[in-house]
Design a protein around this ligand. Structure first.
Ligand code: BGC
Length: 831
């Protein structure tokens, strides 16, 4: 019996009621985590004697003020390296200053650093060795650029497909995220940079992220959201960042259950907990397990000192927090009399890793009739704005400033060779032209060159826009300097300023390197609208121009792209989205009119290949009319080269989806129930329980567009000779994989296990319990043996507050994706 048939027999019927019943059971089991933060002192607080002799001696020497200065940010960094946080240290005692910088895809400071691919790409490589090297690059860059503590990796699980920061995570599966984060943390810290895992916990969306009250049953929390945090703690992460949201009614940063019971008492975490930026809620939070307030000392500055002096908070609690911080500082050698000098950056070595991850994490979603790899000498029409101005990283605090990033069209032209015709056409114009005087009844807004807004002055212009035709317009604000804002009929629609520093606006700059922000709007011919453009120049001159793309101009660029496609052998369309911190995507569709563009190109030339630069899942209404789709995520600074090598087959794609791609917004684990997402009146219920990601598709029988674990190759692999044993207290899954195709390539065999009848807890139809990435030459076979950790065969018992191993007979499947499992066997788990 094939794995698929097996899986189906366990699925709930498609009709609503059974599914609802299943999910409701989940939603009502278990207790909700959360507790008030009023305990007098953490039960687990180690006495000063619990620290190393050096740390204990320092604690004994430090004054109250000095200790307070260690538990909050806010002092001015004399060197202004552009880190997100700074602590001055205690120079008289040799305690160094500490700089804390983001982030997940590279070090974010004022200078440029290696812009690695998004963590979503790293996770999709299913490659622990690469994850370690990814960490090493960030570790070395961070040390070289003056940083001591990295605010990364982000370890939250993908629960909501439109969540703005999904690109910063390691996907929807706890095992994959655990292995990836464990290896990355080891890599970061091997370079002497302290890693901070974030955002602990249940920070799974941006909508209402500061306050949403997450109601999650304990089993779900333990089995889905927390495993990767635990794995990072086991890998030695020095610091944990607690999140903004509430969990079970209590803000994460004063949630004693999370910060003390689970993190310290159960997992044995010895590092320190810092708050997300502005996530501290009270001074008392120190007694619940929060050690450091960032970025300032609103609660852990003067108020903490006063509370200690008044006897409301024991000084021992402060000593414990400072001791935890110093323990990690000591561990990386920064308390040494002569700490190791900071290394030099290794830009060339780091670029190689960036490229390898971009190549290994790219997922070939579809490839009909061998459309890829591209044949040498083919005429190629390259289409799309991001083929020219690359999408390098996602938005928000993880945005990195690379030294350079090539245009994909140039890399494609270089790889195609001199004889091949490679042309470029914008297709979807994000820049347009100046909104003309006729439409404004006034001078166009073009404060450029000598007309720039001088430093210290403000821009404030009110205009009346009259639409010349009916249809979709793109309004575009383009600036240099501090940025500006545009309101349309009283509503802010564009901003090139950013709460995350200089780089605001869209992820895609203009061709001349200006910051750009675009807004799509439908206008009726003859309608009038009030526009206000405002900005403060600040320390530099501010240049600003207001552009647009009219409906007929848009039609023209689409036609030009279709024409170019028609006369080329292959059309390669680059499409993008813009995932960012601070806001969830408004839908799963590609932004703007990219869907129409792709459809028009595919209609002109069926040999159309789509390259996606999206941070997370998108819908693809045009899928059946294109030949191939390659998801390259936000591929980092070497994305152009990596993409060209993948397209031409210099390397065979080997990435696998670390998240399910839904068919539509209406069929996702959180669709149709506002309590699930985005929450109602600030409260949210994770009522799908453990059925997150592919577990939900399995439980409900809903079909995804592309399943978790899916990813094609230019070669073919076959699977055989499955043997599953429970030997010496471990389940061993052995099988043979063969490269039966004509290209060399890597495959990721995945092992899934079904439920145990002996457990009464809700269980998934199947869960990933092991995988390995193997490289095989054509014709080559490898016998693999995957050893499954009991952890992944266990369920959390909320009644007994412990893990329970699922013994007895269990189904085991092995294959190339969660929905394509060629091998099936069973094992009797005995202990
Ligand atoms: C983000 C964190 C980030 C911090 C510092 C917060 O808004 O949520 O991920 O590390 O800012 O930049």
């Amino acid at each position: 019996m094939t794995a698929r048939t097996r899986t189906r027999t366990r699925r709930a019927p498609r009709t609503g009621t059974a599914v609802v019943a299943l999910l409701l059971t989940v939603g009502t089991t278990g207790t909700v985590v959360g507790s008030a933060a009023a305990a007098p002192a953490p039960a687990s607080a180690p006495a000063a004697g619990a620290f190393s002799p050096r740390v204990a001696a320092l604690l004994a020497e430090m004054t109250l003020d000095e200790k307070i200065s260690m538990v909050h940010g806010g002092a001015t960094d004399p060197e202004a390296v552009g880190a997100a946080g700074y602590l001055p240290g205690v120079p008289r005692l040799g305690i160094p200053e500490l700089r804390l910088a983001d982030g997940p895809a590279g070090v974010r400071v004022a200078e440029s650093a290696t812009a690695l691919p998004a963590p979503a790409a790293l996770a999709s490589s299913f490659d622990d060795t690469l994850a370690r090297r990814f960490g090493e690059v960030i570790g070395r860059d961070g040390r070289a650029l003056g940083v001591d503590v990295l605010l990364s990796p982000m370890t939250n699980n993908i629960r909501v497909p439109v969540a703005g920061r999904n690109f910063e995570t390691f996907g929807e599966d706890p095992l994959l995220a655990s292995r990836t984060v464990g290896a990355e943390v080891a890599g970061i810290q091997s370079q002497g940079l302290i890693a901070t895992i974030k955002h602990y916990a249940a920070n799974n969306q941006e909508e209402n992220r500061f306050d949403v009250d997450v109601q999650v049953d304990e089993q779900t929390l333990r089995e889905i959201e927390l495993p990767a945090f635990r794995a990072a703690v086991e890998a030695g992460a020095g610091s944990v960042m607690c999140s903004y949201n509430k969990v079970g009614g209590t803000h994460a940063c004063e949630n004693e259950e999370l910060l003390t019971t689970i993190l310290r008492e159960q997992w044995g975490f010895e590092g320190w907990v810092m708050s997300d930026w502005g996530a501290t809620q009270s001074t008392q939070a120190i007694t619940a397990g929060l050690d450091m307030e960032m970025p300032r000392g609103t609660y852990f500055g003067e108020p903490l000192k006063e509370a200690i002096l008044a006897g409301e908070i024991p000084e021992a609690a402060l000593d414990t927090s400072v001791g935890r911080i110093l323990t990690q500082v000591e561990r990386v050698g920064l308390l040494d009399a002569e700490p190791a000098p900071r290394p030099e950056r290794d830009p060339a070595g780091a670029a190689r890793v960036a490229q390898e991850v971009a190549e290994a994490g790219a997922v070939l979603l579809k490839n009909d009739r061998g459309a890829l790899p591209l044949a040498p000498g083919t005429g190629i029409a390259v289409i799309g704005p991001t083929a020219k101005t690359p999408v390098v990283t996602g938005g928000g605090s993880s945005r990195v400033l690379p030294e350079s990033a090539a245009a994909p069209v140039d890399a494609i032209a270089a790889r195609a060779g001199g004889n091949a015709q490679v042309g470029w056409s914008v297709g979807e114009d994000l820049e347009g032209v100046l909104v003309p005087a006729e439409a404004l009844g006034a001078e166009p807004l073009a404060r450029v060159g000598e007309d720039a807004v001088p430093a210290g002055e403000a821009l404030d212009r009110s205009l009346t826009l009259t639409a010349p035709e009916t249809g979709t317009y793109t309004l575009s604000l383009q600036t240099t300097g501090a940025g500006a804002r545009v309101s349309l009929d009283g509503q802010e629609v564009l901003s090139t300023r950013s709460q995350f520093g200089a780089a605001g606006g869209s992820l895609i700059a203009t061709a001349d390197g200006w910051t750009n922000d675009t807004h799509y709007l439908e206008l009726e011919a003859g309608s009038t609208h009030q526009l206000t453009v405002t900005g403060d120049a600040g320390a530099q001159d501010l240049q600003a121009r207001l552009h647009w793309v009219t409906p007929s101009a848009r039609e023209r660029t689409v036609q030009e792209a279709a024409e170019a496609a028609r006369s080329a052998g292959t059309a390669v369309v680059f499409a993008y989205d813009e995932g960012t911190e601070g806001v969830d995507r408004s839908s799963l569709s590609l932004p703007g009119t990219q869907d129409e563009l792709i459809a028009a190109v595919a209609a002109a030339n069926p040999n159309t290949v789509v390259v996606l630069n999206t941070g997370a899942a998108v819908t693809m209404p045009w899928l059946s009319s294109v030949r191939a789709v390659l998801e390259t995520w936000y591929p980092g600074q070497e994305g152009a080269e990596a993409t060209a090598r993948l397209l031409f087959g210099d390397v065979s794609p080997s990435g696998k989806l670390s998240q399910t791609f839904p068919v539509s917004e209406d069929v996702t684990p959180v669709a149709g129930d506002p309590l699930r997402y985005p929450g109602v009146d600030g409260r949210q219920e994770y009522s799908e329980g453990i059925h997150v990601g592919y577990r939900w598709y399995d439980a409900t029988g809903a079909e995804p567009l592309f399943p978790f674990g899916h990813g094609l190759s230019y070669t073919d692999f076959s699977y055989g000779d499955l043997r599953v044993k429970d030997r010496d207290g471990r389940v061993e899954v052995a099988f043979t994989v063969t490269n039966t195709g004509e290209h060399a390539g890597a495959e990721v065999p995945q092992v899934y296990v079904g439920p145990s009848r002996r457990l009464t807890q809700e269980q998934a139809v199947k869960s990933l319990v092991g995988y390995e990435k193997v490289f095989l030459a054509p014709g080559q076979s490898r016998r693999l043996s995957i050893s499954v950790d009991d952890r992944w065969l266990s369920s959390w018992s909320a009644d007994d507050d412990t893990w329970e191993l699922g013994t007895g007979r269990r189904d085991v499947w092995v294959g190339t994706s969660s929905a394509d499992l060629a091998l099936h066997g069973t094992v009797r788990v005995r202990r």
